[in-house]
Structure formats: C-alpha cells, structure tokens
Design a binder for this molecule. Structure first.
Ligand code: FAD
Length: 469
C-alpha cells in the first residue's frame, strides 16, 4: 500500500473512531501475537462497539483495499489472529454483550466478544447450559470459538461449537450485512450456509452477532480420575466404556510424555499425592452427567466396566472437587513447555479404533528421534493434541518429525485439525489432506464473500487465498 493511501485511510478511520482506535507502534505490538510463536504488527487496531461501527470500518476497508484481521481474545494456537503484514485489526473486546437469553426457546444471542466462560456462567442462572468447552473457555471469545470451530472435553457427548450455532450476522468488505439463517431451531429455506462460517478463521466475513442453541443444565456430574500404569490401557478403557453403551460427557487422556510435564508443574505434587505409584504412566478422566437418576445408574455401570477395585482411582461427585481435578487436565497444554523451548503444536483426529495404533507409532518415532512428543487430549473423539517439544538445536529434526506425524494421520484417514484450525502455522500442510480440487472449491467460496482477498490474507492458504481462475 502506498504511504499516501495509508495516511488517508488512517485519517478516515480516526474520524469514525476518535477513542476506540490504537495507532501507536508500541501499543500496536500488543495485538500482534497469539498462543503460537507467530508475531506481527498491525497497521492500526479498532474496537467497534456495534454492528454499525463494523459496517463503517468495512466500507473503508473496501475503499482503501486494506487487509483486515479479526481478533477475539488472541488465544489461537495457529497464528490465525496475527496480522501477517500491516493489517487493520478489529478487536471485539468491546462488543461483549449478551443480547438475549430466552429459556423457553433455549437460545442465547451474543456479540462476538463475549467470553465463553461468561456466557456459561450467565445461562447457568436460567438452568441452562452452553456445552462447548475449550480448555481456554474462561478467556476465549465466542466469536473466536466460532471462527476456529472450537471444541473441548464435552465434545464426546455434546459435540463442538459447530453443533450450537443457529445463525450469525456477518459483515463483508464494503459493509454488506448477511444473516446466515433465522434464529430458529429449524430452517430449510436458504442454503445451509452457517457451517461455512464456523471454522472460517476470519477469512470469509466479520461476525457481529451469534445465535447459539442452549441445553438444560445437567443436574448431576461425577468424575472418575484413573491413574494408568500403562498409557495404552487408557485408550482400551475408553473403548470398553463406549462399547458398554455409556456415553461419558468427557473422556480425556494424558499420555506418558505429557504426564512427565504435568509432574514438573505446580500440579505435580497434587497428582503424586493422589497416585503415589512410581509406575504412573498416564491419566484418564471420565465424566458422566445428566439427570440425577440417570447418573446414579451410569455410575454403577461405569464402576463395573472400570473394575474399580483393580484401579488407581479417584471419584469426585461434588462440583468444586470435580473442578479442582479438571484443573490438572487444563494445565497440560501450558505445562508441556517445561519439555522444550520450541513447541510444534497440532490437533489431529483419527478414528477412535485407530488411536492405539497411532500412539504406538508415535512412541517409536519419539524413541528414534529422541524428541518429546506429547499426545494428550480429547481421546473420546479421537482428537490428540500433538505437541513436539525441543530445543533450538533440534528444530529441523522436529519439523521433519511433525511432517511424518501429519502424514501418518492422513495414512490413517484422519484429519490434521479437529478444532484449532489451520491458521498460519499449518497452511503449508493443507495439501497433505485436501486435493487440488477441494482447495480450488474453498478458494471459489471465499471469492464469493471476499472477492478482493481482504479478509485475513495469509491464513488457511499459503499461496494467496483467492482462486485465480
Ligand atoms: C491454554 C490454551 C488451551 C486451549 N485449549 C483449546 C481447546 O481445548 N479446544 C480448542 O478448540 N481450542 C483451544 N485453544 C485454542 C483457542 O483458545 C481457540 O482456538 C479459541 O477458539 C480462540 O478464541 P479467541 O477468542 O482467543 O480468538 P482469537 O485467537 O482472537 O482468534 C481466532 C480466530 O477467530 C477469528 N475471529 C475472532 N473474532 C472474530 C469475529 N468476530 N469475526 C470473524 N472472525 C473472528 C480470528 O480472525 C482468528 O482467525 C486453546 C488455547 C490455549 C492458549
């Protein structure tokens, strides 16, 4: 962009946003990072308060051809909210209102900057429940969750963000607004476009309003925390539980390498106190929930399936005790940092029946390369968080290992991302999974909504995100 154009753009922007605008270089850098190692510096940051504000911004974006990156809480693990060149960043931290919660309709309508945890706590007062629960739920936004297609432990029984979005209001470059569907529980008039925007990583449009389906709050929960002397046993147990007909609300797995990191963390002592065995090799969290009677029945069945008398086991039934134990699981992602300065992070999915084969293969590669490979996560739905950890001197080897891991996932007919998306850090691997025609179709869809490629360029596709056909 020419300097004179930039100057004129910023002048026009300042007319609309006299207050909610950042132009100072030092402050701008605060909006140039996320939870990956990718960094950038925005051209400017704006903080709209309403859809009208977003429309005005998007008119300018189109007029001056300025690339734009949306930002929720900046917890993406893939660089997807990091401006690749001098983009305008739209921060949604001031569009954080819950607009409506209707217990009869069981829906919530929110602005995109509402934190997932805030929504959960608010709807609880109405006896309602918003299930998608990324480990970052306390500090990530609904807009970011929708744009990444976020999931979490409850995905096994309740599904992920995609299963809760009834419709969205989206603004495109030029300021046109589009509502993807009426906010009803059923709708069969328009093409089913809502899912196209879920997981779109800011490349298809800017969300200004999101309607979400809610469920009744489960009356009761119970958590079984199992200590594993053989990490593979954890995967076997999950299969046995599911084959018995029980669908836990969560089945989370902490593998041998990740456990090493947890034991190094501030939760290490807590784990050692609960499971003092020297042979401890992994952890398995199984939670059940539902109406009281149903949980009682499942509880007894689960005890039989788990053969509890032979296990290292802790059972929690009180809300606060359950939450304390879940903290151990939520600490895994930050804790793995103790295993290496560099973290190459993926969230792959294979079919559940292939998980043990995949983990065995990972252990062979780990031994061969002498690089830590963590494989923890939502094992109930086949979603492993693979974190390859190393120091600077092993970076090239680690990158090779990562490629091998992703290729193995494809060989097992899985996917290279279940919930974090592609962003910047995985875009070079898109063609591991998608053939040229699939990529061409994606680019053509993008071209419909964003013909000039102004929305988050550099994200999802490495060689330009517009189809040049
Ligand atoms: C410790 C930790 C644990 C995590 N655990 C999980 C987990 O269990 N499951 C999981 O799925 N993820 C997890 N994540 C990743 C991350 O929290 C999620 O991807 C989350 O959905 C990002 O939300 P955010 O508000 O931070 O969005 P950001 O990181 O700010 O943005 C993410 C994407 O959303 C786009 N976006 C944001 N707002 C809008 C909008 N209004 N319109 C259009 N696009 C928009 C951005 O452009 C970007 O592409 C974890 C991250 C951390 C740091």
């Amino acid at each position: 962009m020419k300097k004179s154009v930039v100057k004129e753009f910023l002048k026009e922007l300042s007319k609309i946003f006299s207050e909610n605008l950042i132009l100072e270089e030092e402050e701008l850098s605060v909006f140039g990072y996320d939870a990956s190692s990718i960094t950038g510096v925005p051209l400017a940051v704006v903080f709209p308060r309403s859809e009208e504000d977003v429309i005005e911004v998007m008119k300018l974006v189109q007029r001056f051809k300025v690339p734009v990156t949306c930002r929720g809480a900046g917890t993406s693990t893939t660089g997807s909210c990091v401006p690749q060149t001098k983009h305008l960043v739209i921060s949604f931290s001031k569009m954080d209102r819950i607009l409506e919660v209707n217990p009869e309709d069981r829906i919530a309508i929110v602005q995109p900057g509402v934190l997932n945890g805030t929504l959960k706590a608010y709807v609880k007062k109405f006896g309602l429940f918003y299930p998608p629960d990324p480990a970052s739920y306390a500090y990530s936004t609904i807009g970011g969750n929708v744009a990444t297609g976020a999931g979490g432990p409850k995905g096994l029984k309740y599904g992920t963000t995609k299963d809760y979005v009834l419709g969205l209001r989206v603004v495109f470059p030029g300021g046109k607004v589009f509502q993807t569907a009426p906010y009803t529980l059923k709708a069969a008039v328009c093409y089913n476009l809502t899912p196209i925007f879920v997981g779109s990583e800011g490349t298809l449009g800017v969300f200004t309003e999101i309607a979400l389906k809610l469920l009744p709050l489960p009356e009761k929960r119970a958590l079984f925390l199992i200590g594993l002397e053989d990490e593979f046993k954890g995967l076997e147990i999950i299969s046995e539980v599911l084959l018995s007909g029980i669908t836990p609300s969560s089945a989370e797995f902490v593998d041998k390498t990740s456990l090493k990191a947890v034991l190094n963390s501030r939760y290490g002592e807590r784990v050692k106190k609960v499971f003092p065995s020297e042979k401890l090799e992994g952890l398995l969290f199984i939670e059940i929930d539902g109406i009281e009677e149903e949980v009682k029945k499942q509880f007894e069945r689960l005890k039989d399936v788990l053969k509890v008398e032979n296990r290292m086991l802790l059972v929690a039934e009180k809300e606060d005790e359950i939450e304390v134990l879940w903290e151990i699981r939520r600490t895994v992602s930050p804790a793995v940092r103790s295993l290496g300065k560099i973290k190459l992070s993926d969230d792959v999915v294979v079919r559940r029946s292939k998980m043990a084969e995949f983990l065995r293969w990972i252990r062979e590669i780990e031994a061969e390369s002498e690089i830590y490979i963590c494989a923890f996560g939502h094992a109930g739905d086949g979603n492993f968080h693979i974190n390859i950890m190393c120091e600077d001197d092993k970076l090239e080897l680690a990158k090779e290992v990562r490629k091998r891991v992703l290729k193995k996932v494809i060989e097992l007919r899985g996917t290279i991302s279940g919930e974090h998306g592609i962003g910047y850090t995985k875009r070079e691997f898109l063609n591991f999974e998608l053939d040229p025609f699939q990529i061409e179709v994606m680019k053509k869809i993008k071209k419909i909504f964003d013909p000039e490629g102004l929305l988050n360029p550099g994200i999802k596709f490495s060689n330009g995100n517009i189809f040049q056909g």
